[in-house]
Write a protein that binds this ligand. Structure first.
Ligand code: CUA
Length: 261
Protein backbone atom coordinates (compact mmCIF):
# COMPACT_ATOMS: atom_id res chain seq x y z
CA UNK A 1 0.00 0.00 0.00
CA UNK A 2 2.74 2.41 0.92
CA UNK A 3 4.54 1.67 -2.32
CA UNK A 4 1.46 2.90 -4.19
CA UNK A 5 2.12 6.32 -2.72
CA UNK A 6 5.31 6.48 -4.74
CA UNK A 7 3.29 6.17 -7.92
CA UNK A 8 1.33 9.28 -7.08
CA UNK A 9 2.67 12.36 -8.77
CA UNK A 10 4.21 14.75 -6.31
CA UNK A 11 3.04 18.29 -6.79
CA UNK A 12 4.82 19.96 -3.93
CA UNK A 13 8.31 19.36 -2.74
CA UNK A 14 11.07 21.05 -0.83
CA UNK A 15 14.35 22.18 -2.28
CA UNK A 16 15.42 18.95 -3.98
CA UNK A 17 14.00 16.90 -6.81
CA UNK A 18 11.58 14.14 -5.81
CA UNK A 19 10.63 10.96 -7.67
CA UNK A 20 7.64 11.37 -10.02
CA UNK A 21 7.53 15.06 -9.28
CA UNK A 22 5.27 17.12 -11.53
CA UNK A 23 5.30 20.56 -9.97
CA UNK A 24 8.02 23.06 -9.18
CA UNK A 25 10.21 22.99 -6.13
CA UNK A 26 9.40 25.55 -3.46
CA UNK A 27 10.49 29.03 -4.56
CA UNK A 28 13.23 30.68 -2.51
CA UNK A 29 13.72 33.86 -4.54
CA UNK A 30 11.37 36.53 -5.87
CA UNK A 31 12.49 35.47 -9.34
CA UNK A 32 11.21 31.95 -8.82
CA UNK A 33 8.00 33.24 -7.24
CA UNK A 34 7.42 35.28 -10.40
CA UNK A 35 8.11 32.26 -12.61
CA UNK A 36 5.82 30.15 -10.46
CA UNK A 37 2.93 32.60 -10.66
CA UNK A 38 3.43 33.08 -14.38
CA UNK A 39 3.29 29.29 -14.81
CA UNK A 40 -0.04 29.18 -12.97
CA UNK A 41 -1.35 32.00 -15.17
CA UNK A 42 -0.27 30.12 -18.32
CA UNK A 43 -1.80 26.87 -17.09
CA UNK A 44 -5.13 28.58 -16.44
CA UNK A 45 -5.20 30.06 -19.95
CA UNK A 46 -4.07 26.81 -21.59
CA UNK A 47 -6.64 24.68 -19.78
CA UNK A 48 -9.41 27.17 -20.61
CA UNK A 49 -8.43 27.07 -24.31
CA UNK A 50 -8.33 23.26 -24.31
CA UNK A 51 -11.83 23.13 -22.78
CA UNK A 52 -13.32 25.65 -25.26
CA UNK A 53 -11.66 24.09 -28.34
CA UNK A 54 -12.52 20.57 -27.17
CA UNK A 55 -16.14 21.58 -26.69
CA UNK A 56 -16.22 23.18 -30.17
CA UNK A 57 -14.76 20.04 -31.78
CA UNK A 58 -17.15 17.81 -29.91
CA UNK A 59 -20.19 19.87 -30.85
CA UNK A 60 -19.11 20.03 -34.51
CA UNK A 61 -18.61 16.25 -34.62
CA UNK A 62 -21.95 15.50 -32.99
CA UNK A 63 -24.17 18.22 -34.49
CA UNK A 64 -22.97 18.48 -38.07
CA UNK A 65 -22.78 14.98 -39.46
CA UNK A 66 -22.95 14.02 -43.13
CA UNK A 67 -26.30 12.26 -42.69
CA UNK A 68 -28.07 14.83 -40.61
CA UNK A 69 -27.93 18.22 -42.30
CA UNK A 70 -31.25 19.56 -41.14
CA UNK A 71 -29.52 22.40 -39.27
CA UNK A 72 -28.10 24.31 -42.24
CA UNK A 73 -26.44 27.68 -41.84
CA UNK A 74 -27.81 30.34 -44.17
CA UNK A 75 -24.70 32.52 -44.38
CA UNK A 76 -21.28 32.03 -45.96
CA UNK A 77 -19.56 35.09 -44.56
CA UNK A 78 -19.77 37.03 -41.31
CA UNK A 79 -17.86 40.13 -40.34
CA UNK A 80 -18.75 40.00 -36.62
CA UNK A 81 -17.58 36.39 -36.38
CA UNK A 82 -14.26 37.24 -38.07
CA UNK A 83 -13.73 40.21 -35.77
CA UNK A 84 -14.42 38.02 -32.74
CA UNK A 85 -12.11 35.18 -33.74
CA UNK A 86 -9.22 37.51 -34.45
CA UNK A 87 -9.53 39.87 -31.48
CA UNK A 88 -10.05 37.22 -28.78
CA UNK A 89 -6.82 35.29 -29.60
CA UNK A 90 -4.97 38.62 -29.89
CA UNK A 91 -6.19 39.64 -26.43
CA UNK A 92 -5.20 36.23 -25.04
CA UNK A 93 -1.70 36.63 -26.51
CA UNK A 94 -1.50 40.10 -24.99
CA UNK A 95 -2.44 38.73 -21.58
CA UNK A 96 0.44 36.23 -21.93
CA UNK A 97 2.98 38.67 -23.34
CA UNK A 98 2.67 41.45 -20.79
CA UNK A 99 3.49 39.42 -17.62
CA UNK A 100 6.08 37.45 -19.61
CA UNK A 101 8.00 40.55 -20.66
CA UNK A 102 7.83 42.23 -17.27
CA UNK A 103 9.15 39.03 -15.68
CA UNK A 104 11.90 38.69 -18.28
CA UNK A 105 13.12 42.25 -17.74
CA UNK A 106 12.95 41.94 -13.96
CA UNK A 107 15.29 38.93 -14.20
CA UNK A 108 17.78 41.06 -16.08
CA UNK A 109 17.93 43.70 -13.37
CA UNK A 110 21.34 43.79 -11.71
CA UNK A 111 21.36 45.59 -8.39
CA UNK A 112 24.55 46.50 -6.58
CA UNK A 113 25.74 43.10 -5.28
CA UNK A 114 27.18 42.50 -1.83
CA UNK A 115 29.07 39.41 -2.88
CA UNK A 116 30.18 37.76 -6.11
CA UNK A 117 30.35 34.01 -6.55
CA UNK A 118 32.32 32.77 -9.53
CA UNK A 119 31.17 29.39 -10.79
CA UNK A 120 33.28 27.24 -13.09
CA UNK A 121 31.93 24.15 -14.82
CA UNK A 122 34.33 21.27 -15.36
CA UNK A 123 33.97 17.77 -16.75
CA UNK A 124 32.43 16.69 -14.35
CA UNK A 125 32.31 18.82 -11.25
CA UNK A 126 31.81 22.43 -10.26
CA UNK A 127 34.40 24.70 -8.74
CA UNK A 128 33.73 27.98 -6.99
CA UNK A 129 35.63 31.16 -6.24
CA UNK A 130 34.89 34.07 -3.96
CA UNK A 131 37.29 36.98 -4.25
CA UNK A 132 35.47 39.57 -2.12
CA UNK A 133 37.37 38.68 1.06
CA UNK A 134 40.92 38.73 -0.28
CA UNK A 135 42.03 41.41 2.12
CA UNK A 136 40.77 39.58 5.22
CA UNK A 137 42.39 36.24 4.52
CA UNK A 138 45.98 35.84 5.64
CA UNK A 139 47.22 34.45 2.36
CA UNK A 140 45.42 37.24 0.49
CA UNK A 141 44.13 34.64 -1.91
CA UNK A 142 40.60 34.18 -3.09
CA UNK A 143 38.52 31.42 -1.67
CA UNK A 144 38.56 28.53 -4.12
CA UNK A 145 37.20 25.07 -3.86
CA UNK A 146 35.85 22.25 -5.99
CA UNK A 147 32.67 20.37 -5.26
CA UNK A 148 32.38 16.72 -6.27
CA UNK A 149 29.41 14.39 -6.09
CA UNK A 150 29.30 11.88 -3.26
CA UNK A 151 29.02 8.40 -4.76
CA UNK A 152 26.39 5.85 -3.75
CA UNK A 153 29.17 3.68 -2.33
CA UNK A 154 30.34 6.51 -0.12
CA UNK A 155 26.83 7.22 1.14
CA UNK A 156 26.26 3.52 1.90
CA UNK A 157 29.60 3.06 3.63
CA UNK A 158 28.99 6.10 5.79
CA UNK A 159 25.42 5.11 6.52
CA UNK A 160 24.19 8.44 5.24
CA UNK A 161 20.47 7.75 5.51
CA UNK A 162 18.35 10.66 4.42
CA UNK A 163 20.93 11.92 1.97
CA UNK A 164 19.88 12.38 -1.62
CA UNK A 165 21.32 9.88 -4.05
CA UNK A 166 23.29 11.56 -6.87
CA UNK A 167 22.55 15.01 -5.41
CA UNK A 168 25.01 15.36 -2.54
CA UNK A 169 28.44 16.94 -2.86
CA UNK A 170 31.54 16.80 -0.69
CA UNK A 171 31.56 20.60 -0.33
CA UNK A 172 28.58 22.91 -0.39
CA UNK A 173 28.35 26.42 -1.66
CA UNK A 174 27.59 28.75 1.23
CA UNK A 175 25.82 32.04 0.57
CA UNK A 176 24.04 34.62 2.73
CA UNK A 177 20.29 35.24 2.57
CA UNK A 178 18.49 38.58 2.14
CA UNK A 179 21.45 40.03 0.27
CA UNK A 180 21.96 40.89 -3.36
CA UNK A 181 24.42 38.43 -4.86
CA UNK A 182 26.08 38.23 -8.23
CA UNK A 183 26.83 34.97 -9.98
CA UNK A 184 29.51 34.82 -12.64
CA UNK A 185 29.31 31.59 -14.55
CA UNK A 186 31.74 30.11 -17.02
CA UNK A 187 33.13 26.73 -18.09
CA UNK A 188 36.62 25.38 -18.42
CA UNK A 189 36.06 22.65 -21.00
CA UNK A 190 32.60 22.22 -22.54
CA UNK A 191 29.13 23.71 -22.07
CA UNK A 192 27.55 23.14 -18.67
CA UNK A 193 24.58 24.80 -17.03
CA UNK A 194 24.39 25.86 -13.41
CA UNK A 195 20.85 25.29 -12.19
CA UNK A 196 19.01 25.54 -8.91
CA UNK A 197 15.26 25.09 -9.44
CA UNK A 198 14.22 26.73 -6.15
CA UNK A 199 16.06 29.91 -7.17
CA UNK A 200 14.80 29.96 -10.73
CA UNK A 201 18.42 30.13 -11.82
CA UNK A 202 19.57 28.27 -14.91
CA UNK A 203 22.58 29.86 -16.53
CA UNK A 204 24.71 28.28 -19.22
CA UNK A 205 28.40 27.95 -18.45
CA UNK A 206 30.16 28.56 -21.77
CA UNK A 207 33.93 28.20 -22.21
CA UNK A 208 35.46 31.58 -23.03
CA UNK A 209 32.41 33.54 -21.96
CA UNK A 210 31.34 34.98 -18.63
CA UNK A 211 27.63 34.88 -17.89
CA UNK A 212 26.14 36.97 -15.14
CA UNK A 213 23.08 36.39 -13.02
CA UNK A 214 21.70 38.04 -9.93
CA UNK A 215 20.43 36.21 -6.91
CA UNK A 216 18.53 37.24 -3.82
CA UNK A 217 17.84 34.28 -1.54
CA UNK A 218 14.80 34.88 0.66
CA UNK A 219 15.10 32.05 3.16
CA UNK A 220 17.81 29.84 4.59
CA UNK A 221 18.06 26.16 3.76
CA UNK A 222 19.93 23.62 1.68
CA UNK A 223 19.16 23.85 -1.99
CA UNK A 224 19.88 21.19 -4.60
CA UNK A 225 20.48 21.50 -8.31
CA UNK A 226 22.11 19.69 -11.19
CA UNK A 227 24.03 20.49 -14.34
CA UNK A 228 21.45 21.13 -17.05
CA UNK A 229 23.42 21.01 -20.26
CA UNK A 230 24.50 17.69 -21.75
CA UNK A 231 28.23 17.80 -21.15
CA UNK A 232 29.46 14.23 -21.48
CA UNK A 233 29.18 10.85 -19.80
CA UNK A 234 29.03 12.16 -16.25
CA UNK A 235 26.60 14.98 -16.99
CA UNK A 236 24.13 13.50 -14.51
CA UNK A 237 26.75 13.32 -11.79
CA UNK A 238 27.78 16.92 -11.19
CA UNK A 239 25.18 18.15 -8.72
CA UNK A 240 25.03 21.49 -6.94
CA UNK A 241 24.35 21.86 -3.22
CA UNK A 242 23.96 25.32 -1.79
CA UNK A 243 23.61 26.22 1.85
CA UNK A 244 21.95 29.58 2.42
CA UNK A 245 22.37 31.04 5.88
CA UNK A 246 21.52 34.41 7.47
CA UNK A 247 23.98 37.15 6.56
CA UNK A 248 25.23 37.62 10.13
CA UNK A 249 26.16 33.97 10.52
CA UNK A 250 27.68 33.97 7.07
CA UNK A 251 29.81 36.97 7.90
CA UNK A 252 30.93 35.29 11.11
CA UNK A 253 31.83 32.13 9.20
CA UNK A 254 33.89 34.10 6.71
CA UNK A 255 35.68 36.15 9.37
CA UNK A 256 36.51 33.23 11.62
CA UNK A 257 37.91 30.53 9.40
CA UNK A 258 37.35 31.23 5.72
CA UNK A 259 36.75 27.55 5.41
CA UNK A 260 33.69 25.96 3.84
CA UNK A 261 32.72 22.36 4.22
CU1 CUA B 1 28.00 19.60 -16.80
CU2 CUA B 1 26.11 18.60 -17.80
Amino acid sequence: MLSLLYLMPTFWSGDAAVAYQLGFQDPATTTMEGIYLFNLHLLFVIISIVIVVGWLLFSVLTNFTEFDNSDVATFVHSNPVEIIWTTIPALILLSLASPSFSLLYSLDEISNPELTLKILGHQWYWSYEISDFNSCSESNQSLKYSSYMLTNEFLQENNSIGFFRVLETNKRVVLPTNTHLRLLITAVDVLHSWTIPSFGVKVDACPGRLNQANLFIKRFGVFFGQCSEICGVNHGFMPIVLLAMPSVQYHYLIMTNLHFN
